[in-house]
Design a protein around this ligand. Structure first.
Ligand SMILES: Cc1cc2nc3c(=O)[nH]c(=O)nc-3n(C[C@H](O)[C@H](O)[C@H](O)COP(=O)(O)OP(=O)(O)OC[C@H]3O[C@@H](n4cnc5c(N)ncnc54)[C@H](O)[C@@H]3O)c2cc1C
Length: 473
């Protein structure tokens, strides 16, 4: 059977389903093809499950130090089955929510594997989508005016570190653990690696992080990396930077043993399991790209500023195009692509306005340039930094580690970047994001009266610190 659409979206992850809703709002006849579950990586294997587990780990760690707050909880114990059940319940609830939104928006959802066909009897242009239905029914043919490819990504591994689901895990398998290991090696100290390191340490697992770069979370500001390393070490995480893991040395028996080259020496590491978190690979295979003029560079689909591929009626968004592989980026790219399809004036997304978060305990968040990036771009930089140690609410929370750092262009007084590490900073970064969007200066942020006692006072104080006027330092 063949059905015509204004738009067919390949992949119902965060990017795809949000694009579908926006298309429906704009009156387009739209379908989503999803081979797995609506919500994609973020809902089922990424943002939400990992944050649900992180929250359980945080509650466990907090309960263990209840005495600090005068709360004596005897025999604090972990029921990991319940931890996993809680995670699944949250996912189910959100999954149902997306299914409801699809019905509400009259978006047709085809459960199956979609593939782009070349010119055919259905259309002289490439873009007809053939769907191999999950339920075994005959293939469906969808004939769209436009297509959005939103097929996302999957975990990458290193040759020799093949994922076996028992000893060597990716972020997919580690989420489904039925039992926590006593010890784990995490290869890769980026965002996902550090979130897992923090969570596992809070659950009481012995953690070793092996990072190739000379610092963990290497895309963040140097000072944030340094503070994160200090705080992870404080909670018992062993971190080895400048460590080149040697996959050929991997041995699996009762647990795993692997060697890494570190400062010219070969060192051996042992643990029950090993988590590989070395980035994500775009899902560009098996989707019919070869039937089109779409270009793939370094594994990612190439697009212009409106997310059009070489085939101007076929767009691509989200993890499959690389760049900032974040859920909120995927959804905003989806919205931008749909609005462009609908003929609206669309402003391209500026990556320097995108907030990035790390949900470890403590959290980290940033928007704009790091101090190093700003200097490399030739700015004369002035910074202001304020510690959570002088913030009443942070002391009340019992979480006074970390700081807020603002970076300003000395010449124009423009705000170039904001970097935070500490309690609840992932919820605080949006103030900085708004400031960047509105081109606010640190002076204007300092002028904003931040209520007392709140953690956000650290932003106000850091803004004043840029001008040498912080009150509590
Ligand atoms: C452990 C982990 C934690 C993360 N935490 C965060 C976080 O806290 N915050 C954040 O912003 N981001 C986070 N991310 C990243 C985030 O999950 C991704 O950036 C986001 O999911 C990308 O959305 P997407 O729509 O591009 O792709 P995806 O969410 O990967 O969705 C793609 C969908 O396409 C489907 N698909 C693929 N091929 C086909 C086909 N041929 N036919 C039909 N369907 C197909 C897939 O089944 C999938 O559902 C995390 C990722 C991981 C792995």
């Amino acid at each position: 059977m063949a059905t015509e659409y204004d738009l067919v979206i390949l992949g119902g992850g965060t990017g795809g389903y949000v694009a579908g809703i926006r298309a429906s709002q704009l009156g387009l006849k739209v379908a989503i093809v999803e081979k797995g579950k609506l919500g994609g990586t973020c809902l089922h294997k990424g943002c939400i499950p990992s944050k649900a587990l992180l929250r359980s780990a945080e509650v466990f760690a907090t309960a263990k130090k209840g005495e600090e707050f005068g709360v004596i909880a005897k025999e604090v114990a972990l029921d990991f089955t319940k931890v996993q059940e809680r995670k699944s319940k949250i996912i189910d609830q959100l999954h149902k929510g997306i299914q409801h939104l699809m019905k509400q928006g009259k978006i047709d959802v085809y459960e199956g594997m979609g593939r782009i066909l070349g010119p055919s009897i259905f259309s002289p242009m490439p873009g007809t989508i053939s769907v191999e239905m999950n339920n075994g029914e005959d293939n469906q043919m969808l004939i769209p005016k436009n297509v959005i490819v939103a097929t996302g990504s999957r975990p990458r591994t290193l040759p020799g570190l093949e994922i076996d689901g028992e000893f060597v895990l990716s972020s997919d398998e580690v989420l489904e653990l039925e039992k926590l290991p006593d010890s784990i090696i995490i290869v890769g100290g980026g965002v996902i690696g550090i979130e897992w390191a923090s969570m596992m340490a809070d659950f009481g697992v012995e953690v070793t992080v092996l990072e190739y770069a000379d610092r963990i979370i290497p895309t963040e500001d140097h000072e944030v990396s340094k503070e994160m390393q200090r705080l992870m070490k404080k909670k018992g995480v062993k971190i080895v930077t400048s460590a080149k893991v040697l996959p050929e040395t991997l041995q699996k028996d009762q647990g795993v043993t692997i060697a890494a080259e570190h400062k010219g020496e070969k060192k051996e590491f042992k643990a029950d399991q090993l988590l590989v978190s070395v980035g994500r690979q775009a899902n560009v295979e098996g989707i019919g790209i070869e039937n089109t003029e779409i270009q793939v560079e370094k594994g990612f689909i190439t697009v212009n500023k409106h997310y059009q591929t070489k085939e101007s009626h076929i767009y691509a968004i989200g993890d499959v195009i690389g760049g900032l592989q974040l859920a909120h980026v995927a959804s905003h790219e989806g919205i931008a692509a749909v609005e462009h399809i609908a003929g609206e004036e669309v402003e391209p997304i500026d990556p320097s306005l995108v907030s990035k978060c790390i949900y470890s305990n403590p959290e980290a968040a940033s928007v704009g340039y790091t101090e190093q990036e700003a200097k490399e771009k030739g700015y004369k930089v002035k910074t202001g930094k304020f510690s959570f140690k002088a913030i009443g609410k942070a002391l009340v929370f019992g979480e006074a580690d970390g700081f807020v750092k603002l970076i300003m262009d000395e010449e124009t007084e423009d705000l170039l970047g904001v970097h935070m590490i500490g309690p609840h900073v992932t919820d605080m970064i949006s103030e900085a994001g708004l400031a960047r969007v509105l081109d606010a200066t640190p002076w204007e942020i300092g002028k904003t009266i931040h209520p007392h006692p709140t953690l956000s006072e650290a932003i106000g104080e850091a803004a004043l610190a840029v001008q040498g006027k912080a009150i509590h330092s």
